[in-house]
Design a protein around this ligand. Structure first.
Ligand code: FRU
Length: 465
């Protein structure tokens, strides 16, 4: 696959009939997409890279795919930016991040190399964007794994703190516990400063995809610990994506922080990356789950996984609030509000907004059904628990996910419904749940039912381009 073929044939690929391709979620017409990578702004455009195997639906042959946008609605035709064709990265151009340095777009990624015995040799590599739009791998920045750590060493995320330049990278200690290491750029060289000092000394066996950001004055570590056991309704996916809010001392590497909180409570969310643009923090996640490929029937159509809609992050009451970037409002074609509504026919793609008065005791228990046999949401005011239930689906993954939201008088839900992905935003972003759902046949209209007469606004959405 080369960029010319991609460009020349893009519209043909996109016209291929599909039961499940989404309309306003970024995804590729073929192959496997996973982590968003290299998110930044360059030359006035959002740069969006992502892990992409353009040759099949397996987790092999990882390239960096690449698209740009100025409005999160119109995207350039995807291209390949990095291919795993060099001796040092022949087992994959794994995840990494980007920055603009002296007007140059720089990418830092993990070059994955495995030997005949499957032993990994991860290296952290710098690539740059050339004037003609192509990318060149320039230099190995970190050639080996520091002593005391195993070869699970990947996913560098560049960040600035106190006017100094760092990257944080996922690692595994020799005692097989997960952590993150901090490197600092000093005189144009990257030096290992040490481990980020957190209270989580034994929290999973590997921390993938760390991000270190500042939101509204708070230092935040986002990471994906692997190997955390489920605790009641917490940590129910195979791997988690969550965050710690606190204060970082760049001299001692101490990070004083609160408790680990999950970022998304749905079935299909992992490996998010945050794009930092001045004071805006925009998160994009991978809609998928490692090692669960069999739950995604789209492989029958030759493609698998999507990226979330971009979400702006803010802190309120020690929680990261996530709301779709306001640019997406331009997707709205028309809004219609139904009062005291219990039954509707929805045409996807759409967004539905529900406002439920919780002061009336009769409404303390709510059930919402989308698509009859498709997906059920329910809410219990006594326990303040929300449930997303996929047990009645005949295709894809099943199960229930519960989480708690604080509801006093009003329950407010914004549900973004795409062809096979639903993102549910509770209480203006206090909690989000992203899940895939697969209809057996092409659905032009899906029924929506609730036992609570409520105000529902339906906004028909356009597709992203
Ligand atoms: C997370 C991850 C990263 C790795 C990439 C490979 O989903 O496993 O740790 O760099 O995917 O595609």
């Amino acid at each position: 696959m080369d960029n010319k073929t991609l460009k020349d044939n893009w519209h043909i690929y996109m016209e291929k009939p599909s039961l499940w391709h989404n309309k306003f979620h970024l995804e590729m017409p073929f192959g496997l997409v996973n982590d968003p990578n290299g998110l930044c702004v360059y030359n006035g455009k959002y740069q969006i890279f992502y892990q992409w195997n353009p040759t099949g639906c397996q987790h092999i042959n990882k390239h960096w795919g690449y698209t740009t946008t100025t409005d999160f609605i119109n995207y350039s035709i995807p291209q390949l930016a990095l291919a795993p064709i060099d001796d040092f990265d022949k087992n994959g151009c794994y995840s990494g991040s980007a920055r603009v340095n002296n007007n140059r777009l720089e990418l830092v990624y993990t070059a994955n190399l495995k030997d005949a015995n499957n032993i990994r040799y991860p290296r952290q590599v710098l690539a740059i964007k050339n004037d003609d739009g192509s990318f060149s791998k320039k230099e190995i920045l970190v050639d080996d794994v520091p002593s005391g750590y195993t070869t699970h060493f990947r996913d560098p995320y560049l960040f600035k703190h106190s006017n100094r330049s760092f990257f944080i990278i996922g690692a595994q200690r020799e005692n097989l516990t997960g952590c993150a290491l901090i490197y600092e750029e000093v005189n144009n060289a990257w030096q290992l400063r040490g481990e980020l000092k957190t209270d989580y000394k034994d929290f999973g066996y590997m921390w993938e995809c760390p991000n270190f950001i500042n939101i509204d004055g708070h230092d935040i570590l986002i990471f994906c610990p692997q190997g955390i056991k489920a605790q009641g309704h917490k940590y129910n996916n195979i791997y988690q994506a969550g965050y710690l809010i606190g204060k970082f001392n760049p001299d001692t590497l101490e990070f004083t922080h609160g408790e680990f909180q999950e970022l998304d409570h749905g079935f299909d969310f992992y490996a998010p990356q945050v794009l930092v643009n001045k004071n805006r923090n925009i998160l994009i996640g991978w809609i998928g789950m490692p090692e669960k490929e069999s739950e995604y029937p789209t492989t029958n159509e030759g493609w698998i996984y999507s990226l979330t809609i971009p979400r702006e992050l803010h802190i309120k009451n020690n929680i990261i609030y996530q709301t779709p970037v306001q640019e997406l409002n331009a997707l709205n074609k028309n809004n219609e509000t139904y009062l005291n509504c219990q039954d509707l026919i929805l045409n996807t793609p759409c967004k539905i907004t529900l406002d439920i008065d919780m002061t009336d005791k009769n409404y303390w228990q709510g059930d919402f059904e989308i698509g009859g046999d498709i997906l059920k949401l329910s809410f219990d005011k006594n326990t303040q628990e929300f449930c997303v239930n996929r047990d009645d689906l005949s295709l894809g993954g099943k199960g229930k996910r519960y989480f708690t939201v604080s509801v006093k008088e009003k329950l407010h839900l914004d549900i973004y419904i795409d062809t096979s992905v639903m993102e549910i935003y509770y209480q203006d972003g206090e909690a989000v749940a992203t899940s895939c759902y697969y209809a057996k046949e092409k659905l032009s209209a899906i029924p929506f039912k609730t036992n609570i007469p409520t105000s529902i606004t339906v906004s028909q959405l356009n597709s992203i381009e």
